[in-house]
Ligand binder design. Structure first.
Ligand code: ZN
Length: 305
C-alpha cells in the first residue's frame, strides 16, 4: 500500500540530506593564528593578531582561533597546539631557534608536510634562522644572524628571478613609505584579477633576504637605494610547496598602518584560502588599490585592539 505520509517523510529526509551536504560544502575553514612574540618592541603583535583575526573573519570563510606561545624556553615544553585540527596556520610570530623544543618543531613540520596550509606574515620570516625545514617552507628570510650559509640573495633582474651568492648579511629595510608592487604571476589564484601594479601603503620593504629559494614569486617591489634599498626588485609576496603543504609568504605587515593598506586584507584572505584549499573563491574587490595612490581601511584600524 502506498503511504503518502511515508513518502512525504522520505522527501523531507532527502531534502535534509541535500541541505546537509550543501552546508558541509560551505563549512568554515579552520584557521589558527600563532603569536606570542615578534622580535623587539617595534612589532605590536597583539594588535597585529587582532587585525589579522578581524580580516579573516571579515572574509566570511574562516573560523579563526588564536594561540599565544609562551616566551620562556621551558614553558614551551608544554606548548603543543594540535596543528592538524586546522586547515591553515597563520604565523604572526618571530623567535630565535632555541625557543621551540624539537618536539614542537617536528609537529609543525609534520603538519605542513602532510598538507597543512601556512601563511607567514612579515617578521615571521625573521624567525628560526637555523631551522632548516622552516626556511625551506618560507624560501627566504632575514636577520637573526643569517648570512651566506642561509642561501643566496634572491631578487628579480628584468623578468628573471636570480640567485646571488655574494657574501653578506640578510635582511634590510628603509623608512616606511608607500611603494609600488609589481605582479609577477597574474595567473596564480591569489593574484587573479588584481591590478598588475598597485601601491602598498606605508610599510617596511624587506630587501636582501637570503634562503634556499624554491619559491614562486607572486610580486616584487623596487628597493630604492635612496631609501637604504638594495637597488633590486625584491620578492615581497611568494608561494611555496613543502611536502603536500602550501605556503603563502607575505613580507608585508610591519604595523597597523601597513595592515590597513587596502591591499593587505585582500591578499591575506586570498592567501589563507589558497593555502588551506588550493584555490581562491573570493572575487577581486573594486576597492583594491591602483597604481596611482595608496588607500587605507579605517575598519582594520578600528579592529586592531
Ligand atoms: Zn617590521
Amino acid at each position: 500500500m502506498f503511504d503518502m505520509k511515508k513518502l512525504a517523510w522520505i522527501v523531507a529526509a532527502s531534502a535534509g540530506l541535500l541541505f546537509g551536504s550543501a552546508c558541509s560544502a560551505a563549512k568554515p575553514i579552520a584557521a589558527l593564528i600563532v603569536d606570542g612574540e615578534s622580535g623587539g618592541p617595534y612589532h605590536d603583535w597583539r594588535k597585529v593578531t587582532a587585525a589579522l583575526a578581524y580580516m579573516l573573519r571579515d572574509a566570511g570563510l574562516f573560523e579563526v582561533s588564536v594561540v599565544t606561545a609562551p616566551r620562556a624556553d621551558g614553558e614551551l615544553d608544554a606548548f603543543a597546539p594540535n596543528f592538524s585540527a586546522y586547515a591553515v596556520v597563520i604565523l604572526n610570530y618571530d623567535a630565535p631557534d632555541e625557543r621551540w623544543p624539537a618536539s614542537l618543531k617536528a609537529s609543525f613540520e609534520s603538519y605542513v608536510r602532510r598538507g597543512g596550509g601556512l601563511v607567514t606574515v612579515h617578521a615571521a620570516d625573521n624567525a628560526f634562522p637555523g631551522w632548516r625545514a622552516y626556511n625551506e617552507m618560507l624560501g627566504v628570510g632575514g636577520w637573526r644572524g643569517r648570512e651566506e650559509t642561509a642561501g643566496p640573495y634572491w631578487y628579480y633582474r628584468g623578468d628573471e628571478l636570480v640567485a646571488d651568492t655574494t657574501k653578506g648579511p640578510a635582511g634590510s629595510h628603509g623608512l616606511r613609505v608607500p611603494f609600488a608592487v609589481k605582479v609577477r604571476d597574474s595567473t596564480h589564484p591569489i593574484m587573479r584579477g588584481l591590478p598588475q601594479v598597485f601601491i602598498h601603503g606605508d610599510d617596511e620593504l624587506y630587501a636582501r633576504l637570503r634562503g634556499p629559494g624554491h619559491m614562486t614569486v607572486l610580486a616584487t617591489a623596487y628597493s630604492d637605494p635612496a631609501n637604504s634599498g638594495s637597488g633590486h626588485d625584491e620578492p615581497v609576496l611568494m608561494v611555496l610547496q613543502y611536502g603536500k603543504g602550501r605556503v603563502f609568504h607575505t613580507t608585508f605587515g610591519h604595523d597597523i598602518r601597513a595592515l590597513s593598506s587596502a591591499d593587505f586584507p585582500v591578499l591575506l584572505q586570498r592567501g589563507a584560502e589558497w593555502a588551506a584549499t588550493g584555490d581562491v573563491t573570493q572575487p577581486a574587490p573594486a576597492t583594491f588599490p591602483t597604481a596611482d595612490a595608496p588607500s587605507y581601511r579605517a575598519d582594520v584600524v578600528a579592529h586592531a585592539r
